[in-house]
Design a protein around this ligand. Structure first.
Ligand code: GDP
Length: 380
């Protein structure tokens, strides 16, 4: 059973009532996958170190990001959120909010941070939205890089973004130009997991068509999304089947809800419509469970890809820039020295010239003096 512990960290906003993101689920969904179900080896490692995981949610506002995050972690992560009106939205820049919770199950700790990016895509000029999000990701890498080369290496807090849920609107015919542009900027920095928001607005057929379209566009634009790793041949059949289903489900078509409803005597998380209930955790209704399973079972892999691919990219870029910076510095210094020498030389030659002039003048005056003396002697 997971127990929620609040962090006493001032930098992150804390949720007032996070129960556990598994507590309910084990009651509601028998097939639920928790940390205890991770392969033993991974589990042992995690017991020792504990998990630090950061999830970022990106997408236009109103697509249900906060609702989905709250549904995933069975908490209200954003209780104080005020929805801005249209005038505010126009000039609103992207405000990034990080909320951290600590969850513990059977001695395994998970420090989970969710970074929400409210307002993305709201403004008329969205160029700033991109840069604020990209800068945030880089800042986390930069901080890690600095901490890693510092004295207190063992106690680094890892705030790097390990996974980014990219929300795609269900109302379009695929990716919008803004999605393409942004995903291309994001893909070399984070693990992108694309999700179709508010999947309850689409029929099964429409979802399939949209998924196909999005995957085609992702491929044709050369966007690299997080690749679910292939199974080893000696993996058990159930696991292989699960990974196959997860791979086929990308982009996950999800819906979120924070209300518990009663359906056939059972409490379910769902959305009540005049014609019926959309059950968030019913695999026939949407891919919510698949998305959550993917997140839990691949948490370690998402961390490893972040460390080995994205962070390494950042680090080598940064070092190359550092070396280049140093080389430029040395070059500049050399140039400065040469310039100083030239200036000194020219100053020297200027002095010489003045000296020569003075000498010439002196010689002229001595000559004049000698002529005057000769004339005076002749008069006497
Ligand atoms: P955010 O701005 O992306 O964080 O969106 P919110 O989570 O605040 O949701 C915006 C609106 O969409 C709210 O009225 C939600 O109740 C509604 N909503 C959230 N999730 C879903 C969903 O899965 N399906 C539908 N139809 N509406 C949703």
């Amino acid at each position: 059973m997971w127990v929620f512990r609040r962090r006493s960290n001032d930098t992150a906003r804390r949720s007032p009532a996070l129960t556990s993101f598994l507590q309910f689920s084990s009651i509601e969904t028998p097939g639920y996958v928790g940390f205890a179900n991770l392969p033993n080896q991974v589990h042992r490692k995690s017991v020792k170190k504990g998990f630090e995981f950061t999830l970022m949610v990106v997408g236009e506002s109103g697509l249900g990001k906060s609702t989905l995050v709250n549904s995933l972690f069975l908490t209200d992560l954003y209780p104080e959120r005020i929805i801005p009106d249209a005038i505010e939205k126009q000039k609103q820049t992207v405000k990034l909010e990080a909320s951290t919770v600590e969850i513990e199950e059977r001695g395994v700790k998970l420090r989970l941070t969710v970074v929400d990016t409210p307002g993305f895509g709201d403004a008329i000029d969205n160029s700033n939205s991109f840069s604020a999000i990209l800068e945030y990701i880089d800042e986390q890498y930069e901080r890690f890089l600095r901490d890693e080369s510092g004295l207190n290496r063992r106690n680094i807090v890892d705030n790097r973004i390990h996974c980014c849920f990219y929300f795609i609107s269900p109302f379009g015919h695929g990716l919008k130009p803004l999605d393409v542009e942004f995903m291309k900027k994001l893909h070399s920095k984070v693990n992108i997991v694309p999700v179709i928001a508010k999947a309850d607005c689409l029929t099964k057929k429409e979802i399939l068509r949209l998924k196909c379209r999005i995957m085609q566009e992702i491929e044709s634009h050369g966007i690299k999304i997080y690749p679910l790793p292939d199974c080893d041949s000696d993996e058990d059949e159930d696991y292989k089947e699960q990974v196959k289903q997860l791979k086929e489900a990308v982009p996950f078509a999800v819906c979120g809800a924070n209300t518990l409803l009663e359906v056939k005597g059972k409490k379910v998380r769902g959305r009540l419509y005049p014609w019926g209930v959309v059950e968030v955790e019913n695999p026939d209704h949407c891919d919510f469970i698949k998305l959550r399973t993917m997140l839990i079972t691949h948490m370690q892999d998402l961390q490893e890809v972040t460390q080995e691919v994205h962070y390494e990219n950042y680090r080598s870029d940064r070092l190359a820039k550092g070396i280049k910076g140093k080389e430029n510095g040395i070059k500049q210094e050399r140039e400065n020295n040469v310039n100083a020498q030239t200036v000194a030389n020219s100053a020297l030659s200027e002095k010489d010239r003045i000296l020569q002039e003075k000498e010439a003048e002196l010689a002229r005056m001595t000559e004049m003096l000698a002529q005057m003396q000769a004339r005076m002697q002749a008069q006497h």
